[in-house]
Design a protein around this ligand. Structure first.
Ligand code: GLY
Length: 394
């Protein structure tokens, strides 16, 4: 296995200057998000926000995208924070649509079943004991397991399982889909879900991470022989650059991989990816959309910053108190979230999103400088993580 470089964090003073938040700081930032959810809730109970906004307004869609779980997950977070029945009622309506989607197999020929079902159905089971939510989550886990190829040891990200162009292609984002498989093993006692997750985790750590602790967005394996083929990008600047959101999925996903598998090497791997990410932040601490851009005019991706903040906070949970970077990771996470709250909230009027200035898909020019629904979700998750002891849905 390649030895991964662990860059020391440079410019520690810049990260350390952000004082940790008080409860009042966090309550204000949470209130800003809840106010934005409240003005949007009437439109998004039977329908959902599209993946990204247009002119800071999300079009309404049915339960058809890879992103629908994030809005429902925000409602569960809002319910946990406030105990208010209206958030729960809307989320429960949506969980029924997730069950229908899994039963009817509507747009499920991809690996994003974890993004869809973990913050919606699995969260619902945890918070309300809803048996239909459990059934929805297990159906989704079965669909995800169908995409595991035992020869290459990876879960195929996209496309039909008979499509030779997509066979054996894994992507870094999938790290956040794996918790659904661990959840299914915990629910059923059947190890097949966990076994697939652990094979995939091994291959992701081996091939998606480069020797300098940056990440490929996607990596192709030979499904006939199991041999590694090549890394490529899909949403990044180039095959050899480091897409910021992919790096954030990696920081968070490998820390979660440790939480579920107990493989200690994954803590160090998450930390190495974190240091690479932190060392390429511009002065405002909000990453540009690809880490090849460290300052200047390249658009920020606030959604990547929110995911990375959650990843740093998950990583901190698994570091010993003696780790020299532990406190700095918490400072950095709050430093980023504070800037998101101060400088990047979508306006209350004229928008139905939470975080502006995200980037969905730069090569296709989709959702550039817009709200992205996963950015909204992870911004609130980061605030919840900072405010209280919280058991992750993931
Ligand atoms: N998982 C797709 C994305 O992050 O855009």
């Amino acid at each position: 296995m390649t030895t991964i470089n662990h860059e020391p964090i440079r410019d520690r003073a810049r990260l350390a200057t952000t004082a940790l938040p008080t409860a009042a700081d966090l309550d204000l930032a949470i209130a800003n998000v809840l106010a934005r959810i409240d003005r949007t809730l009437p439109d998004f109970t039977d329908q959902f926000p599209a993946p990204s906004s247009e002119g800071l307004v999300y079009p309404a869609i049915g339960n058809i995208e890879w992103t629908n779980g994030f809005w429902t997950g925000m409602l569960w977070l809002a319910y946990e924070l406030t105990g208010e029945a209206r958030y729960r009622a809307a989320a429960e309506t949506q969980v029924r649509s997730f069950l229908d989607r899994a039963e009817q197999r509507i747009n499920v020929a991809h690996h994003d079943l974890g993004f869809l079902y973990t913050p919606s159905a699995c969260a619902a089971l945890r918070l309300t004991g809803d048996a239909d939510a459990r059934r929805a989550g297990l159906l989704a886990a079965d669909l995800l397991l169908e995409r595991f190829d035992p020869v290459s040891g990876v879960i195929q990200a996209w496309g039909d399982l008979n499509d030779p162009a997509e066979a054996g292609r894994m992507i870094i984002d999938c790290n956040l889909n794996l918790p659904l498989l661990y959840w299914a093993t915990a629910q059923t006692g059947d190890a097949k879900y966990r076994d697939a997750a652990e094979h995939h985790l091994t291959q992701a750590a081996r091939y998606l991470v480069r020797a300098d602790a940056s990440t490929f967005h996607t990596f192709h394996m030979d499904t006939a022989t199991g041999a590694p083929l090549r890394g490529t990008t899909h949403q990044g600047h180039g095959d050899d650059s480091c897409w910021a959101r992919g790096q954030a999925w990696g920081i968070y996903g490998f820390a979660l991989g440790y939480a579920h598998s107990g493989r200690e090497a994954l803590v160090g791997l998450s930390a190495s990816l974190a240091n690479y990410f932190l060392n390429r932040l511009p002065d405002d601490l909000v990453c540009r959309w690809d880490l090849i851009f460290t300052d200047g005019d390249a658009p920020a991706d606030t959604s990547a910053a929110a995911i990375a903040a959650c990843g740093l906070l998950e990583l901190v949970r698994h570091l010993p108190a003696s780790d020299p970077d532990r406190d700095l990771y918490t400072n950095a996470a709050w430093g980023m979230v504070r800037r998101l709250d101060a400088d990047h909230l979508a306006p209350l009027h004229g928008s139905n999103g939470v975080l502006a200035h995200g980037v969905y898909h730069m090569p296709k020019r989709i959702g550039v400088n817009e709200c992205c629904i996963w950015g909204d979700y992870f911004h609130l998750e980061a605030l919840v993580r900072l405010r209280r002891v919280w058991r992750p849905y993931w």
